[in-house]
Design a protein around this ligand. Structure first.
Ligand SMILES: O=c1[nH]c(=O)c2nc[nH]c2[nH]1
Length: 423
């Protein structure tokens, strides 16, 4: 699989003779399609013959590429990945989340240097590109400056965040604990320095690690500052039952994290709520009404968290997208694998949630939406990416047809998981 991120040269490129899966609002698929790319944007899209007849003689610097039998899709979007955990792959298998964090991950993260962070994001980014990703949302890690250097080099698009904590248990002595004011100040400085850099491919978001390590003042100041700067907030939410119990005791609410976040008016449409597994129907309603976006990470959920009510969230209108989480939560960094898992796990969950089978849960096209246009909405970038439409950036994933599992292909959406999984 190849990805083509938008180029900044002035040339015009025509790609023709390809299957184009647009993921636009009409879900158009051009079986023999063509696409015209001018500078870094899509200028035209349609039937191959129309595109060639209209555009093949108009431009001065014209490149024409025949992608016979290849499939073009919008670049996939990974909405929850800890790129700075890439060097920790395999250090925390088969342990519960609190052991994982307190004894494996935070000691590792707190000893990282800026160069480690650069290398880690670089390695992670290469693996993401290999599975067709052109944009990711960093879930919070060390050294946004190191991540930004890597993203600049990789040509990816990214929403970067620092890992922020101003209270709580479990932090190793090597972790430099900061005050609430320092946390906000540092995020604002990162925003000033890195937001909109790399030709606009880097955006800086605010990160809240998790409620157990955040005071309400940090939550609310983060909400206010992110709102002022018109940027997003990325936070782990309702991951395990212990988190909800902690919130009930510590914040004195009747249910868990989402109920508390609703009470303090933290929920809003720039919040990317990662995992969000342990929520009830009332809380799904809170998330839906506030326009919160949810990142579903099926592999990480199966390892440490549990079955999230993804179908119920989608039914209630929540924008749900897909994430790999970090390497030590998954061991694989493929958004295509997450599509495959999301499809199977959420079909299987019907048996346990409803007491009966339902293979219609999360059909293939829904899953592909979660990996593309829903991802773009989640990272607040859907005016520019997430579907192949005129005026959007030409962030394109190309799937090669040379795999046994692609023969024959009857339905492009349904086949896609089998097809991509082997690439
Ligand atoms: O999967 C996870 N990875 C993390 O790094 C993390 N931090 C808080 N909660 C977390 N969950």
């Amino acid at each position: 699989m190849e990805t083509k991120s938008s180029s900044s040269s002035n040339s015009v490129t025509i790609i023709h003779n390809a299957m184009i899966v647009t993921m636009d609002p009409e879900s158009r698929v051009f079986k023999n399609g063509g696409i015209v790319i001018e500078q870094d944007k899509i200028k035209a899209i349609g039937q191959s013959s129309d595109i060639l007849s209209q555009f093949s003689s108009v431009a001065h610097h014209l490149q024409i590429i025949d992608l016979h039998s290849h499939i073009l899709l919008p670049g996939f979007i990974n909405t929850h990945v800890h790129t700075s955990q890439q060097l920790a792959r395999g250090i925390a298998d088969d342990v519960d989340l609190m052991t994982w964090l307190h004894h494996r991950i935070w000691p590792y993260e707190s000893n990282m240097t800026e160069d480690d962070s650069y290398l880690s994001t670089l390695l992670c980014g290469i693996e993401l590109i290999h599975s067709g990703v052109t944009c990711f949302a960093e879930a919070g890690g060390q050294y946004v400056s190191g991540m930004a250097r890597a993203v600049e080099k990789l040509g990816l698009r990214a929403c970067l965040t620092e890992s922020i904590m101003d209270t709580g248990e479990g932090l190793p002595t090597s972790w430099a604990m900061r005050t609430t004011d320092d946390c906000i100040q540092s995020q604002m400085e990162l925003y000033e320095k890195h937001h909109n850099t790399a030709d606009g491919r880097i955006r800086v978001w605010f990160g809240i690690r998790q409620i157990m390590n955040s005071t309400d003042r940090l939550l609310l100041e983060t909400r206010n500052t992110a709102q002022e700067l018109k940027t997003g907030i990325h936070m782990h939410v309702a991951e395990i039952p212990y988190e909800n119990q902690f919130v009930k005791g510590n914040r004195k609410v009747e249910h868990g994290t989402v109920t508390h976040l609703e009470k303090i008016n933290f929920l809003q449409n720039n919040l990317l709520s990662a995992h969000t597994v342990w929520v009830d129907d009332t809380e799904i309603g809170f998330l839906s009404r506030a326009g919160v976006k949810v990142s579903h990470c099926p592999a990480a959920a199966m390892r440490m968290l549990g079955f999230a009510p993804i179908r119920e969230m989608l039914d209630s209108g929540i924008c749900v997208s897909l994430g790999t989480d970090g390497a030590p939560s998954n061991n694989r960094m493929s958004i295509v694998d997450e599509m495959y898992l999301a499809s199977l796990i959420n079909k299987g969950r019907e048996v346990y949630a409803k007491g009966t089978t339902d293979p219609t849960a999360l059909p293939a096209e829904t899953i592909l939406r979660m990996g593309t246009i829903n991802g773009a909405k989640t990272v607040l970038w859907d005016n520019e990416i997430g579907s192949l439409e005129i005026g959007k950036k030409a962030d394109i994933t190309v799937v090669h047809p040379n795999s046994w599992s692609m023969v024959p292909v009857h339905d492009w959406y349904e086949s896609s998981f089998e097809v991509f999984a082997t690439l």
